[in-house]
Design a protein around this ligand. Structure first.
Ligand SMILES: [Fe+2]
Ligand SMILES: [Fe+2]
Length: 477
């Protein structure tokens, strides 16, 4: 195992692929199918080349190189973080034992399922974002979109490598399926709900990369703890790439809020629709939507499957080694969100105590929520510094949920339970309406001129890789 990627191979890799001819041939026969998928389901805007980063080394410094690359020639490869020869299992019933270099037969089905679910989200987001290039607010943003897209493509490679290398014929079949399911498809949709939603405009894109890519960060964080070492090492490197996606989301929303504040101030009005900016109320509705569908990605509040994954050592907790407990959790408990029966017979939003193992989804979701608060805090700082009194906030955990304890009820963003009729009447105050979406879409006109930016968003503070904002990030075809 070396840290440097071998680019002389058909499939760049740092896993000594040439030493396993069978595996190499299998992956090389999947490669044209991937490229075919990229051609038909990937970005639709034709370009000559894009200023992209490509992974060249998984070591601590200098892991990527930047340069103008024609998109179809991007070198998608297989990169695992360095192996730690002394690594032991950090949690569950095998805690303290050496990690696994191969898949134990007894956990094969579960591990395969976890990898397929993770793998399915990667190409899904490329599909969701495929038309955004046509309306990019600047060349800088366009470049970031394509960077996110090629890396999600690479994350698909990361999961497909594991399926091919460790799961035999079934793994190869699953790898094919990952290219056949499509986001929003009637017949074969992507596995998870949020990945079948459209990303029709750039405000959605920033919210998606903030909230939904962040879900990815937390899922990868739990898989990075896995006793199955190749999965752990793959996820560790993916997390490195993922950080950029979230930066795109965080600063994207920053810049939208910034611009809205500027327009509010210069026209002394909250009503910036018609003045070319996005009203804060609309930003809040988009936030409500993306946050609530992302909460659903963490699954039910309780799960015996997830308890079993943990005990088996397949999937750990966020920052497992920083937790100050026995890492087995057999006798611990946790309060999880729930609907609790009232004396009068009704159901109210409350909490129930369950065993810590069964409540692991809740534990992970709480870590995620705390992280999301960070974004809201920084966006509110922009509002405060701009002298605007309104604030953004995360809606209540029971708001607009389709999965888990609150799937069967309706609640306001403040967490007040309401009837289905009232929800229908008031939904448009909290979630983007057709009018909101049409307005946002009306602003989405491409700005493909170097150094220029659309009127609804502020320019970024920094460019990419030390380049200025007016750099020629993309050469259009
Ligand atoms: Fe990803
Ligand atoms: Fe991502």
């Amino acid at each position: 195992m070396t840290t440097t990627a071998d680019y002389s191979e058909k499939i760049p890799n740092n896993v000594q692929l040439h030493e396993d001819r069978r595996l190499q041939r299998a992956l090389e026969s999947w490669q044209p199918n991937f490229l075919q998928w990229w051609q038909t389901m990937g970005p639709t805007l034709p370009t000559q080349d894009v200023y992209l980063r490509t992974a060249v080394n998984v070591g601590r410094d200098g892991w990527a190189q930047f340069g103008h690359v024609p998109m179809p020639e991007y070198r998608w490869g297989i990169f695992l973080a360095e192996r730690d020869p002394g690594r032991t299992i950090g949690f569950g019933e095998h805690k303290g034992e050496p990690v696994w270099a191969k898949v134990p037969g007894e956990y094969r089905a579960e591990l395969q399922r976890l990898i397929v679910i993770q793998g399915d989200t990667e190409p899904a987001s490329v599909e969701q974002q495929r038309n955004l290039g046509a309306t990019a607010p600047s060349l800088y943003d366009l470049r970031n979109l394509f960077q996110v897209n090629v890396e999600e493509g690479r994350h698909l490679w990361a999961m497909v490598y594991l399926l091919h290398a460790y799961f035999g014929r079934e793994g190869r079949e699953e790898a094919e399926e990952l290219l056949h399911r499509n986001s929003g498809s009637e017949d074969s949709p992507r596995i998870l709900g949020a990945f079948n939603e459209e990303t029709p405009d750039w405000l959605s894109f920033y919210m998606f990369t903030y909230f939904t890519d962040r879900d990815g960060k937390y899922q990868l964080g739990t898989l990075k703890e896995s006793a199955f070492d190749p999965l752990s090492r793959t996820c560790e490197f993916m997390l490195k790439e993922e950080a950029h996606h979230m930066m795109v989301g965080t600063t994207g929303v920053d810049r939208v809020v910034q611009r809205t504040v500027e327009v509010m101030r210069s026209h002394d009005t909250d009503d910036v629709a018609g003045l070319g900016a996005i009203p804060l109320t609309t930003i809040q509705k988009y936030l409500n939507f993306h946050y609530s569908v992302s909460l659903d990605l963490f699954g039910g509040e309780t799960s015996t499957n997830v308890a079993n994954y943990y005990t088996a050592g397949l999937k750990g907790r966020w920052l497992e080694d920083r937790r100050k407990d026995d890492h087995k959790l057999a006798s611990d408990s946790i309060m999880v969100d729930s609907l609790t029966e009232e004396a009068g017979g009704g159901l109210s939003i409350g909490q129930t105590e369950v065993s810590a193992l069964v409540g692991l989804n809740t534990d992970l979701r709480r870590e995620y929520i705390a992280d999301c608060q960070g974004g809201v805090k920084r966006w509110n700082r922009i509002l405060e510094e701009g002298g605007v009194k309104q604030r953004l906030k995360l809606p209540h955990i029971a708001f607009n949920r389709k999965v888990g304890a609150f799937a069967g009820i309706e609640a306001t963003p403040d967490g007040e339970q309401i009837s289905a009729e009232e929800w229908q009447r008031r939904e448009g105050q909290w979630l983007p309406t057709d009018v909101d979406k049409t307005y946002v879409r009306s602003l989405m006109r491409p700005v493909h001129e170097r150094g220029k930016i659309a009127a609804w968003i502020a320019p970024p503070r920094n460019g990419i890789n030390g380049q200025p904002f007016d750099f020629d990030y993309v050469h259009l075809a």
